[in-house]
Design a protein around this ligand. Structure first.
Ligand SMILES: [Zn+2]
Length: 249
């Protein structure tokens, strides 16, 4: 049966001399693998629609195994991302995160929309670090490991001077600091931003500018939290962290 879907290419693997296996994250069926025959040939009609991060309409043979891609039409190729190594790295991380946190053929239109919003925001040259903070916090929710950002994770009080506790899984107020000797100090601004980023709709993100120290603090907390709770080790993330260091030098 032929199936028409709206999808984003989140992974490509070369197969033989001329073919590519694409992993599409689709609005209709979630993650699905398709074989794009001849897509490695520059003149192939499947070549352009088989590039990483392309958002398009795809027509493929829907079978129990790997279906063949019949045709595709680009809706958005996110040209700015493609032309920029930094943006490409951020997009690669978002795509890998979606890939690792989803199973095949489980529709999740919310996640599809979010991935699209991330690529769109990166393409519009919104601050990529902020885009990724927001995306990561949403992905923690998808993975069922949302940190407690509304109130103290230990006593539940919403007021206080907050630190962050990886162990307790979220904010830790000044009254409860002894619960976790490894609590991470953070500014009030960081606490507010974490809360904001967990709730804001990426599509509504305006131009927000953060101090480097604030970004560093958020980055540090999210990295440790992800390492502790997600069980993921992503190549694209390691590369991003290296780029980050490079930028600071
Ligand atoms: Zn407390």
């Amino acid at each position: 049966m032929l199936k028409k879907v709206e999808g984003i290419v989140i992974r490509t693997v070369d197969y033989g001399e001329t073919n590519k296996i694409l992993t599409l994250f689709t609005r209709e069926t979630g993650k699905v693998g398709v074989m794009a025959r001849g897509a490695k040939k520059p003149k192939s009609r499947l070549s352009a629609v088989s590039q990483l991060f392309v958002y398009g309409q795809y027509l493929y043979q829907h079978t129990s195994g790997l279906g063949g891609l019949n045709q595709g039409e680009i809706i958005d190729s996110f040209r700015s991302i493609r032309n920029d190594l930094f943006l490409t790295s951020y997009a690669a991380y978002a795509a890998e995160l979606v890939d690792k946190l989803t199973e095949e053929r489980k529709p999740n239109p919310y996640l599809f929309e979010m991935l699209y919003q991330v690529l769109h925001a990166l393409d519009e040259e919104k601050d990529p670090e902020v885009v990724v903070f927001i995306f990561e916090l949403k992905m923690l929710r998808v993975a069922g490991i949302t940190p407690q950002l509304d109130r103290c994770a230990n006593c539940g009080l919403p007021e206080g001077k907050f630190h962050f506790s990886i162990n307790e899984g979220g904010l830790l107020c000044h009254r409860c600091l002894s619960v976790d000797p490894y609590h991470l100090p953070m500014t009030k601004r960081t606490a507010e931003l974490l809360h904001l980023f967990a709730h804001i709709d990426l599509g509504r993100l305006g131009n927000i500018s953060l101090k480097e120290e604030t970004k560093k603090e958020i980055r540090h907390i999210l990295n440790l939290y992800f390492d502790a709770y997600s069980g993921l080790y992503l190549k694209s993330k390691r590369f991003l962290d290296q780029l980050d260091k490079f930028k600071l030098e």
